[in-house]
Design a binder for this molecule. Structure first.
Ligand SMILES: [Zn+2]
Length: 116
């Protein structure tokens, strides 16, 4: 019995880094990429290059830190170490506006103390 893939030979392993990358984008991805290009003031290939660079492990082996969210208490991955004594938030809490809510709470507490 012949198999459909009998005619195919595996491609030889590349001994060079390819210079062209073909990426299949959805419509939303394409729009997001165009918006990023505007925000970063870079042409789209440069934006793709930067996104790949940021997604790669660091060359010095640094992979980031595990910080604890000041709001929900969950651990999250971060590039920088949390500063002791300062609040840090996970992306979920940032999205729901926890940092601003905490700042507003602090402000009300300070104002309440001033009135005493
Ligand atoms: Zn959180």
């Amino acid at each position: 019995m012949t198999r459909l893939d009998d005619d195919f030979e595996p491609a030889p392993a590349l001994n060079y880094v390819p210079r062209i990358l073909v990426v299949d984008l959805s419509g939303d991805d394409g729009v997001a990429l165009q918006q990023l290009a505007v925000v970063m003031k870079q042409p789209i290939p440069a934006v793709v290059h930067e996104l790949i660079r940021r997604a790669m492990p660091r060359q010095n082996g640094h992979v980031g830190y595990k910080n604890t969210c000041s709001s929900c208490g969950k651990e999250y991955a971060a590039i920088r170490r949390a500063i002791p004594g300062k609040r840090s938030y996970c992306s979920d809490c940032r999205a729901t506006g926890e940092p601003a809510a905490d700042r507003a709470r602090d402000y009300r507490e300070r104002k309440a103390k001033e009135r005493q």
